[in-house]
Design a protein around this ligand. Structure first.
Ligand code: 5AD
Ligand code: SF4
Length: 449
């Protein structure tokens, strides 16, 4: 079958790791002749790459599946039948249950099995019962996926270096859906980054659920730390910027903090979740750190890179959280001062220890706490963005803006920057004099060199 004669549409939910995985599923399917489609209408195969971190994502998936079922029924019997696959963490967590609940689903594939997609598709035939693969295979998908061939989405790319988690925070499904911690070998990561660089990528974000626990095998046979990996990747020609996420406070080691001081290619941005400011709640979450330890860590990071922008994840309404414990979270946010943050109402994930606790917090209380927290975070984010007015920041331009000629890029601090008359700079880094700021972005003009 000639390439491009079939079309696949991958809809991505959730985290950046899913964005990366969706691209890699495209790579796995390309040898079978699948080209990307813009939407489900034109696709022979629709893949929902799902997220299981919070409840709404799974609900949303079932409602999307309902609409796809109608589309599939309309096309049944025509020369363009549609097949539907569910991938990602909901696939891993619910497995065959998805096919039982939604008969239109042909294939359920967990995050560790994407390299088996061609074989699984061959096994799934219209009319047969769904094919389910949620194993944790012995051969890593990374070793079996074809080289990255996608044309790419621009000069900033994701690269998964580590997957899975052994921390078992009591609210989180990741250790169950993504399995235990595993790091890719250094040589494979270098290879992939060189391929990305060759297609014009200038900025890479190294991904992992616990990326700073990275301990992949180096060319010397030793286990390399994330710091050592970042130092080596900084030598890849064409790569100007490196980022990494998501980190755990317990794995924030000295050599990584030193990289923030010494390596100018490592961007001054750190996403370091703390989840709660109360030591009692942190212990109940099995976070393995206290609020004071987190604050001490932030101090060390700021000493290494004073201008670093900080980001975090916070949960409100963990079972048993009192008003005073929530206040401790607010206080920690005030003490640190974040450039951006993600905050969530606690949502019980079946199978996790916290889900069966009897002291669940009412939605009313969670909603009120989240509103207070988000008001504080929004104010901090706006303040951080405003503090950039008057500065000249190097911006990597990624895509066209809404207005003709406008381009949108990213500052070193990960802020979106809108600049008029900059469309010719897409793919490049150029200095921008920042003249305006909102809660979510900056504006400015190119400084001629
Ligand atoms: N409820 C609410 N938020 C959650 N997160 C993970 N699991 C849950 C849950 N059960 C949040 C955490 C994590 C982020 C990716 O999602 O803050 O850091
Ligand atoms: Fe989930 Fe905790 Fe692991 Fe992060 S560290 S992925 S929150 S279990």
């Amino acid at each position: 079958m000639p390439p491009g004669s079939k079309k696949v549409f991958v809809k991505t939910y959730g985290c950046q790791m899913n964005v990366y995985d969706s691209e890699r599923m495209g790579d796995a399917l390309r040898p079978l002749g699948y080209a990307p489609a813009d939407g489900p209408e034109g696709a022979d195969l629709v893949i929902l790459n799902t997220c299981h971190i919070r409840e709404r994502a799974a609900d949303k998936m079932y409602s999307v599946l309902g609409r796809l079922r109608e589309m599939k029924a309309e096309r049944a019997g025509t020369d363009r039948p549609m097949r539907i696959a569910v991938a990602g963490c909901v696939a891993q967590a619910e497995g065959a249950e998805i096919a039982r609940r939604e008969a239109a689903v042909d294939l359920v594939v967990g995050p560790q099995s994407y390299h088996r997609l061609p074989e699984l598709l061959a096994r799934s035939r219209a009319g047969d019962s769904a094919v389910i693969d949620t194993d944790f295979p012995v051969t890593s998908k990374f070793d079996s996926l074809p080289a990255r061939t996608a044309k790419g989405q621009g000069p900033a790319a994701f690269l998964t270096v580590q997957e899975g988690c052994d921390k078992f925070c009591t609210f989180c499904v990741v250790p169950y859906t993504r399995g235990s911690e595993a790091s890719r070998p250094v040589a494979r990561i270098i290879e992939e980054l060189e391929q990305l660089s060759a297609r014009g990528v200038r900025e890479v974000t190294l991904l992992g659920q616990n990326v700073n626990a990275y301990h992949g095998e180096g060319p010397d046979g030793a286990a390399w730390s994330l710091a050592r990996l970042i130092a080596r990747l900084s030598d890849v020609p064409g790569i100007a910027r490196i980022r990494y996420m998501t980190s755990h406070p317990r794995d924030m080691r000295d050599d990584l903090i030193e990289q923030h001081a010494d390596n100018q290619k490592l961007m001054p941005f750190l996403h370091l979740p703390f989840q709660s400011g109360s030591d009692r709640v942190l212990a109940a979450m099995n976070r393995k750190h206290t609020a004071a330890e987190y604050l001490a860590l932030i101090e060390r990071v700021r000493k290494a890179r004073p201008e670093i922008a900080l980001s975090t994840d916070i949960i409100v309404g963990f079972p048993g959280e009192t008003e005073a414990e929530f206040e401790a979270t607010m206080e920690l946010v005030r003490e640190v001062g974040y450039a951006q943050a993600y905050s969530f109402k606690y949502s019980p994930r079946p199978g996790t220890p916290a889900a069966s606790r009897p002291d669940q917090i009412s939605d009313e209380i969670m909603t009120a706490r989240l509103a207070r927290l988000q008001a504080l975070l929004t104010a901090q984010q706006t303040q951080f963005n405003r503090s950039c007015i008057g500065q000249t920041l190097p911006v990597l331009f990624e895509k066209p803006g809404k207005k003709p000629g406008q381009a949108i890029g990213r500052s070193p601090y990960l802020q979106a920057v809108h600049v008029d008359a900059a469309a010719h700079l897409i793919g490049q880094i150029a200095p921008v004099a920042v003249s305006s700021a909102t809660m979510s972005s900056l504006g400015g003009v190119i400084v001629s060199r």
